[in-house]
Design a protein around this ligand. Structure first.
Ligand SMILES: Cc1cc2nc3c(=O)[nH]c(=O)nc-3n(C[C@H](O)[C@H](O)[C@H](O)COP(=O)(O)O)c2cc1C
Length: 145
């Protein structure tokens, strides 16, 4: 994937699916999303965890706000809440137009996240929501290089 240089922005949000998400729903969502991300020079990671979405998006600053607004309007989820937004020098997921993992309770990758709240709304109220999100997402970096 060709990536533009320039100033990069990272955005992490949580949201709640409006109905249970099946594998078919996800693959439809991802194929559109990956196509568009590739066009925009956006990469990142989407986790379906504890019944909620946790997504990290990274890309050229000027494309990020419109992208997040279009994702926010998507009826497949609701209550999109940005928990982290910052300028970055390097991407965490440079080769992925959008990685994806579904995590179920008991997944070994969730070890150490026993205090992960069930609902995104609770997640953002955590004192250390940013740190927790970062830690969770970092666990997927190496497998996505
Ligand atoms: C949880 C979730 C994550 C999404 N992630 C992305 C994404 O990373 N990139 C993207 O282009 N669209 C993403 N979408 C889909 C957008 O909401 C939208 O449907 C898609 O960008 C198509 O936009 P278009 O109308 O410009 O074609 C996501 C939707 C949901 C529900």
């Amino acid at each position: 994937m060709m990536l533009r240089g320039g100033v990069l922005r990272e955005i992490v949000y949580v949201s709640t699916p409006t109905r249970p998400i099946g594998d078919g729903d996800i693959s439809a969502l991802l194929s559109r999303a990956r196509e568009k991300n590739e066009r925009l020079g956006v990469t990142g990671m989407l986790l379906l965890v504890a019944g909620g979405f946790l997504q990290l998006l990274e890309g050229p600053t000027d494309v990020m706000d419109p992208l997040v607004e279009s994702i926010r309007r998507d009826q497949r989820h609701t209550d999109l809440t940005v928990i982290l937004q910052r300028e970055i020098e390097r991407r965490s997921f440079p080769v992925w137009p959008m990685g994806y993992r579904r995590l179920d309770p008991g997944d070994p990758k969730l070890k150490g996240f026993n205090d992960l709240p069930y609902r995104p709304a609770d997640f953002v109220q955590l004192e250390n929501a940013q740190g927790l999100a970062a830690k969770l997402l970092r666990g997927f970096q190496t497998s996505h290089r």
